[in-house]
Design a protein around this ligand. Sequence first.
Ligand SMILES: [Zn+2]
Ligand SMILES: [Zn+2]
Length: 188
Amino acid sequence: MVDTRDFINFDDIDENGPQSYSRTFEISPSELERFEIAGIGPVSISANARKGELPKEYVVDGTAKFTADLTCSRCVEPYPFASSSAFNLRFEPRPEAPKNGEEELEITPDELDLEFYTERSIPLRELALEQVQLSIPMKPLCDDNCLGLCPQCGVNRNRESCACEESIVDDRWGALREIQQVIKKRES
Ligand SMILES: [Zn+2]
Ligand SMILES: [Zn+2]
């Protein structure tokens, strides 16, 4: 039987026990608002949800899988990226907002795996989007050793070499000498 439910429903879990879900969502790069994502394939998410140990707490664990084309942060070329990540989340009711005159409560969860809910149903699509956001590196690299673009003439140094390189090396030595002079001054 194909599971077509779009939401994890806490009432359903209270009544019928742990539930399993498996869905695939089409996502557009614009939804993610990350310029590093040139393109993204469907995101498959499977999740198991059950009651947690605390009252009104629910635990959701599972995996999310997708492939994407990311833009390398050094050479700005797209490269293929595949991700399969496991997650384990706890959902607790959002603490009530402070009344007038009371001190402002910090209601942002400080643990990575803790989320607050107000609605007793959680859209699986939101969970899938969240996992994609967490899986995409802050500074994607086509290769750890990517040489990037020449800051002077802009050629992709993975493919071409240029005449600028020598003077950049010189600049680096120059910067190093300055640092050494500063250190010497401090020491003397
Ligand atoms: Zn690169
Ligand atoms: Zn150059």
